[in-house]
Design a protein around this ligand. Structure first.
Ligand SMILES: Nc1nc2c(ncn2[C@@H]2O[C@H](COP(=O)(O)OP(=O)(O)OP(=O)(O)O)[C@@H](O)[C@H]2O)c(=O)[nH]1
Ligand SMILES: [Mg+2]
Length: 402
């Protein structure tokens, strides 16, 4: 473990918030294997930290003595929480302390802790004793059964909140519903997406660049990690005994920002823009060839229009195959496969073309929409159709909806 000479604190990792696949600091001499790395983020928790450490150690020593580590990550608390924790390292050898002087914030504190962790299972618990330590053993049992993520939940059997006001319950549920609307595939996977008490398998998040906004680290883990099996364990959220809450209105705004960021990250925005640009280039190819066929070759109108449209489509296919979906085509090599993609693309675009004609007709004749506006709406709709269906069928991207 890297410690600075000055005060025997763990050095704070810098750079991207990315958990390494293999614990960076483990060396050959570091024979003792660590199973569980539990991060305890703190800000002004000097009154709570001694009791918490004592309770957790007592508990884990009975179950996995020597196979766990506790990592307190303190954001330079004015009440010197880090110092209180640091003194305890003399008695508790599995305890490590990180004092962050530059960065701030709960979520990044947790990840910085995981970055120096050595365990195969990474976990987090609040320092204020609101998360009952006993639940750790149940979470661990879930992980041992094979879960990639084990979440302590207030909303399953044996779960609950002790003395929350109606307002706080309402806000918490409201935030959950909002999450379900914006990110159903992520937030809907757990009964308590707001939980800050969970364990995750290192493998499931290793190498992912995490960038949580605000407080909700679990949503980030669910959104960006490769989580197949989720286990849940009920617990009752305890009242804070000592110290003060850091929850403010700002956190609700950040939560919303976080949801939107994750939503955008899941939508293939970049691909769609490239697809649009390629489509735009196709218009010029189509026009130029149409001109050549009419003026130079002297072909009839319909034939010229059909031929130029087909060549425009081939132009689009080639660029999409090379650029828009290049990463996928490269893993599906061979001219036969390429030809298959071209045929599918062609067919899908032809269906798109008939939609185009139908939409213009419907809007213009049935709803009296101006013909040019009708055409624009048709183009936009068909572009979405062409993009989405081609992505799903011609260039199969199965991992888009993680
Ligand atoms: N390192 C670090 N820890 C933080 C920060 N903000 C909060 N924490 C810790 O994260 C945990 C949860 O914060 P709390 O303020 O208790 O949030 P909460 O439990 O949702 O709200 P309460 O019920 O009001 O306590 C506690 O252990 C805090 O000390 C921060 O900016 N940096
Ligand atoms: Mg709390």
């Amino acid at each position: 473990m890297i410690t600075s000479q000055k005060d025997f604190l763990i050095t704070v990792p810098i750079g991207l918030l990315q958990v390494p696949a293999l614990a960076k600091n483990s060396t050959k001499s570091d024979r003792r294997e660590i199973k569980l790395s539990l991060v305890i983020p703190t800000f002004k928790e000097s009154q709570n930290i001694p009791t918490l450490i004592q309770k957790i150690t007592h508990l884990l020593d009975s179950k996995i003595p020597n196979y766990y580590e506790l990592i307190v990550v303190d954001d330079d608390s004015p009440d010197l929480t880090w110092k209180v924790a640091q003194k305890m390292t003399l008695k508790y050898s599995q305890l490590k302390v990180m004092r962050r002087e530059k960065e701030r914030g709960l979520s990044s504190a947790v990840i910085r802790g995981w970055q120096v962790a050595r365990g195969e299972i990474l976990a987090v618990i609040d320092a204020d004793l609101q998360h009952p330590p006993e639940t750790l053993l149940k979470l661990l049992a879930e992980m041992e059964r094979g879960a990639d993520l084990a979440v302590a939940s207030r909303h399953v059997d044996e779960g609950g909140v002790s003395e929350w006001s109606i307002v706080r319950r309402f806000l918490s549920r409201g935030a959950q519903v909002l999450g379900l609307i914006i990110l159903p595939g992520v937030v809907g996977r757990v009964s308590d997406p707001m939980s800050g008490y969970f364990m995750v398998r290192r493998e499931a998040i290793a190498g992912e660049i995490l960038s949580p906004v605000g407080y909700k680290i679990l949503i980030e883990v669910l959104g960006r990690g490769n989580i197949r099996w989720v286990g849940e364990v009920g617990y009752v959220f305890q009242e804070r005994q000592e110290g003060e809450s850091k929850v403010t209105r700002k956190q609700y705004i950040e939560y919303l920002q976080h949801l939107i960021t994750l939503r955008l990250a899941k939508w293939p925005v970049g691909r769609f823009i490239r697809f649009g640009l390629v489509g735009f280039s196709g218009v010029f190819v189509d026009m130029a060839i149409f001109y050549l066929l009419r003026e130079v070759v002297g072909l009839g109108l319909t034939r010229s229009a059909m031929l130029s449209a087909e060549l425009g489509m081939i132009n689009n296919f080639l660029w999409n195959d090379l650029w828009t979906f290049g990463d996928i085509s490269r893993s599906q090599r061979g001219w036969q496969k390429r030809l298959k993609r071209l045929l599918k693309f062609n067919l899908i675009c032809l269906v798109g073309l008939s939609f185009n004609v139908i939409i213009v007709n419907l809007l213009f004749n049935l709803f009296g929409v101006n013909q040019y506006i009708a055409k624009l709406i048709a183009i936009a709709t068909v572009t979405f159709w062409n993009f989405w269906i081609n992505m799903k069928l011609s260039w199969r991207v199965t991992q888009i909806d993680k």
